[in-house]
Write a protein that binds this ligand. Structure first.
Ligand code: S3P
Length: 451
C-alpha cells in the first residue's frame, strides 16, 4: 500500500502544468471513436479512469495508436480510429475501474446498439447510484439490468435495443447524466432534449460542436437530432483545473508563495474554484491565452491570509470535485466557511462529506457535519495525523495539501488511487516538499501548443 508522508513547507514557489483534463479525456476517447475518421488527441490524461474508457472504445471497435506515452501509465498523444457510429460487440465485459464518468457515459453510448454490453467497475463504483442513468435511458427504450449487490448499482447488463428520443428533465444537476442521455440520443431517431436543474460542466456540448454535431442550447436546455455522425477532428486536452486546485489552495494559503500553473482549462463551467478562492482573499489572476472551443490559459497565485466564505448554491455543481480541497482551505482560513446544498458529495468515490469531516477533525480542525455539507470554523492550528484516503483520489490529494500546513508529519494511506486522475501527483508533491521549483523538476510533459 503506498502512502504520502507530508510535513509543513515555508513557501511554495513553482511553475508547472498539470496533466490533461479528466472529463475532456473521457469525452475525447468516446467522440473520436464514434467519428468518421482518424483523430489525433494530444495531452490525453493517461490516468486509469481515462485509459479504461479508451480501452472500452477499443473493445467496441475504435482502435488507437500511441504516439507518446507516460511510461507506466498510458498514452498522452494518440491517434484514435473512428468507426462512423458503427460500433462492434465487445468480446468480454468492459472494465470501467473507478470511473463514474466512464461507466455512465459508456452506458448511454451502448444503450442503443444492436448488441449487448456488460459494464463493471471496482467496489467503489459498484456502490454508486446508476438509477440516475438507467431511468432516463429506460424511458428511451434501453434495456438495462443492474446486477450489483446493492440495488440499482453496477455491474450493468445493457441489452440490444432500439431507442426513441425523449425530453428529460433531470432531477439532479449532473453532467454525467446529461452526457449519457445525449450520447444515447445520437443513436435515437429524432430530437432528444435534456433539461438541467442548474448549469453543469458543458464539455459534452463543447465537444459535440468540435466534432460538428449540431445541438441547440438555450439556457439549461440542450437538444440534438439523432443520426448525426461526428466529423473527425484533432483535439488538444487542456490541463485539469480540478488537479490544479490542490496547488492553488497550497499556494494561496502560504504567505510569500508564488505559483504559476500553465496551460490549464478555464472553461467557465469549471472555474468557480477561482471565484471562491478569490473571495477567500487569494491573490490570483487567470489569463486565457488560447480559446478554440475550450479556453486554455495560465493561473497565477500569490500567497496570503485566507478568510472564510459561503459557497453559493449555484456554485456547487461547478466546483463539486474541488470541495474536499476547498474544505482544507476553509480550515486554514480565518472565520467560518459554509458548504451546504452539496449532498451529491455523499455519492462520489467515497462519501466525501464524511471522509473530509473526519479527516479534518483528526488534524485538529473544528467542523460541523450536515446531511448536505459541512461548516468549518477556520484558523485552528492543524497537526499531523494518519489519514486513510479510503481509495478516493481527491481525498488523498486534499489531505496531502492539508499536511503542508500541519505541525508534525501527516501520513496519507492508500494513495494508489491518485493514479485515477493525477498520474505524477507524487512527483509534484515531492518537488514541492523539497522546494525544487524549476520546470525540469516536474517530470510531466508540458502541453503542446494547440492548433
Ligand atoms: C463529471 C461530472 C461530475 C464530476 C465528475 C466528472 C463529468 O459528476 O463530479 O468528476 O466528467 O461529467 P456528476 O455528473 O455526477 O456531478
Amino acid at each position: 500500500m503506498s502512502q504520502f508522508r507530508v510535513t509543513a513547507i515555508s513557501k511554495l514557489r513553482a511553475e508547472f502544468s498539470v496533466p490533461g483534463d479528466k472529463s475532456m479525456s473521457h469525452r475525447a476517447a468516446i467522440f473520436a471513436g464514434l467519428s468518421n475518421g482518424t483523430c489525433t488527441i494530444r495531452n490525453f490524461l493517461p490516468s486509469e479512469d481515462c485509459v479504461n474508457t479508451l480501452n472500452a472504445m477499443r473493445s467496441l471497435g475504435a482502435t488507437y495508436d500511441v504516439l507518446d506515452e507516460l511510461v507506466g501509465y498510458g498514452p498522452i498523444n494518440l491517434r484514435i480510429h473512428g468507426q462512423s457510429m458503427k460500433l462492434s460487440a465487445p468480446s468480454e465485459p468492459i472494465d470501467c475501474g473507478n470511473a463514474g464518468t466512464g461507466m455512465r457515459l459508456l452506458a448511454g453510448l451502448v444503450a442503443g446498439q444492436p448488441f449487448s454490453t456488460e459494464l463493471f467497475g471496482d467496489a467503489s463504483l459498484s456502490s454508486r447510484p446508476m438509477g440516475r442513468i438507467t431511468i432516463p435511458l429506460g424511458q428511451m427504450g434501453a434495456k438495462i439490468e443492474t446486477l450489483g449487490e446493492k440495488p440499482g448499482c453496477a455491474p450493468l447488463r445493457v441489452h440490444a435495443a432500439t431507442l426513441s428520443p425523449i425530453t428529460y428533465e433531470m432531477p439532479v444537476a449532473s453532467a454525467q447524466v446529461k452526457s449519457a442521455v445525449l450520447l444515447a440520443g445520437l443513436f435515437a431517431e429524432g430530437k432528444t432534449t435534456v433539461i438541467q436543474p442548474a448549469e453543469t460542466r458543458d464539455h459534452t456540448e463543447q465537444m459535440l460542436a468540435s466534432f460538428r454535431i449540431t445541438t441547440t442550447c438555450e439556457g439549461n436546455t440542450i437538444s440534438l437530432e439523432g443520426g448525426q455522425v461526428p466529423q473527425a477532428c484533432d483535439f488538444t486536452v487542456p490541463g485539469d483545473i480540478s488537479s490544479a486546485a490542490f496547488w492553488l489552495v497550497a499556494a494561496a494559503g502560504i504567505p510569500d508563495s508564488h505559483l504559476l500553473i500553465k496551460d490549464v482549462g478555464l472553461n467557465p463551467t469549471r472555474t468557480a474554484i477561482l471565484k471562491v478562492l478569490s473571495r477567500m482573499g487569494a491573490r490570483m489572476t487567470e489569463i486565457v491565452h488560447h480559446s478554440l472551443g475550450e479556453p486554455i490559459g495560465n493561473i497565477e497565485v500569490r500567497g496570503g491570509v485566507l478568510s472564510g466564505t459561503t459557497i453559493l448554491i449555484d456554485e456547487v455543481p461547478n466546483l463539486i470535485d474541488e470541495i474536499p480541497v476547498i474544505a482544507v482551505a476553509a480550515a486554514l482560513a480565518q472565520g467560518r466557511t459554509i458548504i451546504r446544498n452539496a449532498k451529491e458529495l455523499r455519492v462520489k468515490e467515497t462519501d466525501r462529506i464524511t471522509t473530509v469531516v473526519e479527516g479534518l477533525r483528526a488534524m485538529g480542525a473544528e467542523v460541523d457535519e450536515f446531511e448536505d455539507g459541512m461548516e468549518i470554523e477556520g484558523g485552528k492550528p492543524l497537526h499531523g495525523a494518519v489519514i486513510d484516503s479510503f481509495g478516493d483520489h481527491r481525498i488523498a490529494m486534499a489531505f496531502a495539501i492539508a499536511g503542508l500546513f500541519a505541525k508534525g508529519e501527516t501520513i496519507i494511506q492508500n494513495t494508489e488511487c491518485v493514479n485515477t486522475s493525477y498520474p505524477g501527483f507524487a512527483h509534484h508533491l515531492d518537488a514541492i516538499l523539497h522546494e525544487r521549483s524549476s520546470a525540469s523538476d516536474f517530470v510531466l510533459p508540458t502541453l503542446a501548443t494547440p492548433h
